[in-house]
Ligand binder design. Structure first.
Ligand SMILES: Cc1ncc(COP(=O)(O)O)c(C=O)c1O
Ligand SMILES: [Zn+2]
Length: 399
């Protein structure tokens, strides 16, 4: 048994109908859970998103590809780097790149596509910087419904486009950026009756809150969670997850939610340092971390609230800091992530240098997507392999 409604974060209006994305006042909606029979224990035995089914607003059998249950690594070499800045802390990385499609989006899509089936939708759609489309296409394939994807042409990492295509989505590139793509697909969903699966969809975010549940399940509630912020859905979802654990008496604290943006796409960061409740959009966002190349995050208001209420913060990092962090994670910890994900580590190091991270903090950085998502950036950064003649001497000469 789970009792819930969709509630507007602006005016508080509640809806029992589920086939909507925003309030009549224009405000964002969230799933407000009134009551639930909790049937899981935080016993450290992870089994994926659906372990937490009693807090997920779904009435039918899930469309699942066994998402979640991602590895949480203690990262002692990163702790050493922080020590050099005078900070002693416990650092973990939760590697969401280990999900079936290689990003955290699968947690949202297993719930979102299941909701599409529950609502008897025949097609799902999204605008995407890449990972959303890859994940949605995969779950739509599993569910046997059509998938439509709108991308900023030429600005999506190759691995992600390949996934969306192979899983059978109709993939359309627009000569514009992500923010424009989202505006267009929202309109098309209204006209065509497609189910919109961007993170403005409150049910999708319900799946993503299980990142919080898994962290608390495995190591208890940390002091701080650091993650990259693009459209700002994930930070809002994870915060909601930690709040629900407190609400249902399973834990008693909330981590400082810490959002990291790229310098060229930093509206949430700017709002936080200026003490504002909403963003000024960035008109022409640009960064090597294409997944977070977003100038007008649709969930900004939820994310900014999450940061203020949890006494967290936001930071911006340069493309150079992002690539350095990507190399650090890959070469010192054996964790391969895409550039956007490395922003969380770049942010951690920067916040430690600035004295924001306190001694003794237990910190979890979320790495949101897998290294292989963006092979082109890797080749640009690392160069191509050395090529030699096919004999032992030639190979030995370059060892
Ligand atoms: C790898 C990766 N990291 C971070 C993000 C940002 O997540 P959100 O849009 O929920 O802020 C995305 C979104 O596309 C992503 O693909
Ligand atoms: Zn409202």
């Amino acid at each position: 048994m789970i009792e819930y409604s969709l509630k507007c974060i602006e005016c508080g209006r509640e809806y029992s109908k589920e086939d909507i994305y925003t309030c009549e006042c224009g405000g964002l909606l969230e799933v407000s859970i009134k009551d639930a029979d909790i049937s899981f224990k935080l016993d450290g035995l992870l089994s994926g998103v659906w372990k937490y089914r009693s807090l997920l607003p779904i009435k039918i059998d899930p469309i699942t590809l066994k998402e979640g249950n991602t590895p949480l690594y203690r990262c002692k070499k990163i702790e050493e780097i922080l020590k050099k800045e005078g900070v002693n802390s416990e650092v973990y990385v939760k590697h969401e790149g280990a999900n079936p499609s290689g990003s955290f989006k699968d947690r949202g899509m297993t719930v979102g596509v299941t909701k599409a089936i529950e609502l008897d939708k025949k097609a799902v759609a999204c605008a995407s910087t890449g990972n959303t489309s890859a994940s949605m296409a995969m779950y739509a394939a599993k569910a046997g419904i059509r998938a439509y994807v709108l991308l900023p042409a030429g600005k999506v990492a190759l691995g992600k486009v390949a996934q969306a295509l192979m899983h059978g989505a109709k993939v359309i590139g627009i000569r514009g950026n992500f923010d424009q793509a989202l505006e267009i697909i929202r309109e098309i969903c209204k006209i065509e009756g497609f189910y919109l699966l961007n993170s403005v969809n409150p049910f999708r975010l319900e799946g993503q809150k299980t990142i919080a549940f898994e962290i608390a399940d495995e190591i208890g509630v940390p002091d701080r969670v650091i993650l990259p912020v693009g459209n700002a859905g994930n930070i809002s979802a994870i915060y909601k997850g930690f709040k629900e654990l407190v609400k249902f008496g399973l834990t008693d604290s909330i981590p400082k939610m810490t959002g990291i943006q790229a310098k060229g796409a930093n509206p949430v960061f700017r709002a936080i340092i200026e003490g504002k409740k909403d963003i000024d959009p960035v008109k022409n966002p640009e960064t090597v971390a294409t997944a977070i190349r977003i100038g007008q995050p649709v969930n900004a208001k939820k994310a900014i609230r999450a940061i203020y209420e949890s006494k967290g913060t936001a930071e911006e990092v340069s493309d150079e800091e992002i690539i350095d962090a990507q190399k650090i994670l890959a070469s010192l910890e054996g964790i391969g992530v895409e550039p956007a994900s490395a922003a969380s580590i770049a942010g951690l190091i920067k916040l430690a240098k600035e004295g924001v991270i306190e001694n003794g903090e237990k910190i979890v950085c979320i790495t949101t997507g897998h290294l292989l998502k963006d092979p082109e950036t890797v080749i640009k950064v690392c160069g191509k392999p050395i090529e030699v003649d096919a004999n032992v001497e030639a190979v030995r000469s370059v060892l």
